[in-house]
Design a protein. Sequence first.
Length: 302
Amino acid sequence: MVIGEPLTGKPIRVNRALCRLFNLSEAQILEIGFLGLTHPEDRARTEAAYREMVAGRLDYYELEKRYLLPDGRELWGHSTIALIRDTAGKPCAAMGTVVDLSERKRAEDALRVSEQALAAALSPITMTDLAGRVTFANSAFRQLWGYGDVDEVRGRLFHEFWMQREAGDAAWSALLTAGYWSGEMASRRADGRPLEVHLSAALVRDPTGRPTGVVQSFFDLTDLKAVQERRRRHAWLADALATLSPRERAILDRLKAGQPNKQIAHELHLSAKTVATHRANLLRKCGVESIVALVQMLRELE
């Protein structure tokens, strides 16, 4: 898995699984870049697809293309790239995965992927049968969702992990039709806390091309979503502050300094009732329920 700059796709972070796939260190991949690793004959369509996504005409794109590695190896990969956007629709990060088609097309090798290798992967990974029942979940998956033992996960249906059954069913149906699916999903941890992830899933096939199961990998979006929500609230607050009258601003500055209503009323030559009214109006305009919450948001803006 790779995280990249939103407008250029330049990688800024890659996981160990990708380093192993390319037989390169993270520093080497960051220096060469994914376009640099792409076979020269496949670079133009890679760039074109990325431009379409940045322009908003694609939510994500998927390409089967070749990678030309420094040691001379040519590797076929299924590349899935998605943009994560803020509430205003502005790209804030690119995220991608590469599936090694050189191995995947030889289904007998894909089916013999060792559980030990999957269990050691840093990315959360699960495998299911075609009925959607979990047959494998690595430790990273169990840690992210908060399950202690693999038996708490094994045998459960895929859709049980999603907050919205309809969304899970739609993703599963699209996966079985197209052979792969990638997108955001809302889930809950074992303790009930919300969890938002980016899911990439692909069918595993036998040597005849018949689907035999599904492999899924996940990326935790919870922290990124929290940052986006804070930015949204801060933008709202900044707009609200711009509408304050000079008197409301003077009262807000004193509330922020911790002054009680009576002291504010004395300094501004107002009645305590007038200060209380302005105080209530400030909370309403800023969309918060308490002065403590408002002061906290103001400090975050500083």
